[in-house]
Design a protein around this ligand. Structure first.
Ligand code: SAM
Length: 328
């Protein structure tokens, strides 16, 4: 049981930790990557035992769901071992992975054996040439094979596919994506394009959820039954189909009010908010061998300070995050 449930000044309960395990990526998506990026040196990354120690800290504060992201998390050596250690921590129930899927298929059985039980795969186009242009890798088939394997494993309630929607890039594909996802056990999540560091964000590329809904040919029925009130996604079923469609609309419908998440970067900085400028560097506490309780007390104190977590009433993004290294 947690020592003291982490509740920040706005009264939001924190239960979900996203851990970026590397800032490197094998894809070069123009909205995320910039040539000016210098990746961290290997020794700057948190070691597995440091990540595990910090997860114990957060579990003592009420976190029970952990998601691994990146960069591309499957580039981290021995990710399977890390998943296994995280899944063994009581009372963590959900261990998820957000990946571009390129390296997933061969590692999937071991990840599942290790305790992985949630998966999100990012895929922005179903067209091979467009995929290659975006990512610099001719990898669509491999990603689709990974999605097939994840679906066939029957491990995940849904295989979640994140599609970042951009006007003039993939807006003409929304119904192809919906046809493909709905006929399978896929939760297709349309993500509004957010201004981030390195993103080639332009107003004209932005499509709001309401404009997207006008493009979709399906009649959507809110999936209240399976709603997770802390999720930024709102999900919909279509009668007669196993899949579902979700919207993650940070720009047009802020979900700060229900945000239950914290983010840990691969070099040990804790972020209270994707769009918040402030972070806390936890590395020095690890280097100085502080105990789990000491680190937990420090985290609790820092989280209570003004401005660490964006206030729900604040409209819009205060700061542009480095999505590439924070991992969404
Ligand atoms: N490499 C992993 C992957 O591809 O899923 C994890 C990192 S990636 C940065 C995580 C997610 O962030 C992806 O689904 C991507 O589409 C999303 N993302 C990146 N830049 C974004 C932006 N400007 N607006 C909205 N989502 C973005």
């Amino acid at each position: 049981m947690p020592n003291h449930q982490l509740i920040e000044p706005q009264g939001r309960k924190l239960s979900y930790l996203r851990v970026s395990v590397t800032d490197r990526c094998n894809f070069r998506c123009s909205y995320c990557y910039s040539n000016a990026d210098t990746p961290l040196d290997e020794e700057e990354l948190l070691k597995d035992d440091e990540i595990i120690k910090l997860i114990h800290v957060f579990v003592s504060l009420g976190i029970n769901k952990v998601r691994l992201t990146g960069g591309e998390p499957l580039l981290r050596k021995n990710l399977v071992n890390l998943v296994e250690k995280i899944a063994a921590i009581h009372p963590i129930k959900l261990v998820g992975l957000t990946t571009n899927g390129y390296l997933l298929k061969p590692q999937l059985p071991s990840l599942i054996d290790a305790g992985l039980n949630r998966i999100n795969i990012s895929l922005d186009t179903l067209r091979r040439d467009v995929f290659k242009n975006l990512t610099s890798i001719d990898g669509l088939e491999r990603v689709l094979n990974s999605i097939d394997a994840a679906e066939r494993s029957e491990t995940f309630p849904f295989v979640k596919v994140n599609m970042l929607l951009m006007n003039g890039f993939n807006d003409l594909e929304v119904n192809d994506f919906a046809d493909w996802a709905l006929s399978r056990k896929i939760d297709l999540r349309f993500i509004e394009f957010m201004p981030t560091q390195c993103a080639d964000w332009e107003e004209r590329k932005f499509i709001s959820e309401s404009d997207l809904r006008n493009l979709l040919k399906y009649e959507l029925l809110h999936d209240y039954e399976n709603e997770d009130i802390n999720s930024p996604a709102r999900s919909y079923r279509v009668e007669g189909y196993p899949g579902r469609i979700s919207f993650i609309s940070a720009m047009s419908r802020s979900f700060c009010k229900s945000c239950s998440r914290l983010r840990l970067t691969s070099d040990g900085r804790l972020l209270g908010c994707l769009f918040g400028k402030r972070d806390i560097d936890l590395k020095p506490l690890l280097v100085n061998n502080k105990s789990i309780n000491e680190i937990a007390d420090y985290v609790k104190k820092m989280i209570s300070t003004d401005g660490f977590r964006q206030i729900p009433s604040e409209k819009g993004a205060a700061y542009q995050p480095a999505m590439k290294s924070i991992g969404g």
